[in-house]
Design a protein around this ligand. Structure first.
Ligand SMILES: CC(C)(COP(=O)(O)OP(=O)(O)OC[C@H]1O[C@@H](n2cnc3c(N)ncnc32)[C@H](O)[C@@H]1OP(=O)(O)O)[C@@H](O)C(=O)NCCC(=O)NCCS
Length: 143
């Protein structure tokens, strides 16, 4: 069965299904419904009418673009779907970036080489500090 990559937002339920299938936490569907339409660009891989993968770009569409939620259902992995999703994402990014604008992502553990082929570099390195993430749990008091 071939999957077709097309510009499309998954439904909140489809989004959570994809996340859960790869062991990621799910979100409140109302929060997902607020979030996804604010994506700059979103592609889904569809097999018949089923969403089997997705990738999206968030940011300001010029100076800062972040690649998020690159995911393929386990039973559809290793068939080139992830690459097709990333090819579409990078085509969008390339059409909107300007010289030296930032294209970022937070790689999942062990997935770095999947992104290196698109020119992303690992951090930290000689010039750049670590990427950092905060999983929001409510009010944060600076220590
Ligand atoms: C990462 C992921 C999206 C790749 O999707 P996929 O459909 O299996 O990838 P593809 O079949 O298109 O593979 C594309 C290429 O990347 C390579 N690749 C796939 N997974 C890789 C990995 N973990 N590390 C390095 N390379 C990888 C493949 O070997 C393939 O190389 P080739 O073109 O030389 O044959 C998928 O494994 C996934 O959803 N993982 C769980 C969620 C996740 O961690 N997402 C990344 C978030 S940062």
């Amino acid at each position: 069965m071939d999957a077709r990559v097309k510009e499309l937002l998954p439904s909140p339920e489809e989004y959570n299904t994809l996340r859960a299938a790869v062991g990621w936490g799910t979100y409140d569907t109302a929060a997902v419904a607020l979030s996804l339409p604010k994506s700059l660009f979103c592609v889904c891989a569809c097999c018949d009418d089923r969403v089997v993968g997705m990738a999206r770009v968030v940011g300001d569409a010029t100076l800062v673009q972040y690649v998020q939620d690159v995911v393929v259902l386990p039973e559809f992995q290793n068939r080139g779907i992830g690459k097709s999703l990333m090819d579409a994402v990078m085509a969008y990014v390339g059409a909107h970036a300007t010289d030296n604008s930032v294209v970022g992502l937070m790689s999942a553990k062990g997935k770095e080489s999947f992104y290196e082929r698109y020119g992303f570099v690992r951090r930290p390195n000689e010039q750049l500090g670590s990427g950092m993430t905060l999983f929001w749990k409510g009010t944060v008091h600076a220590r």
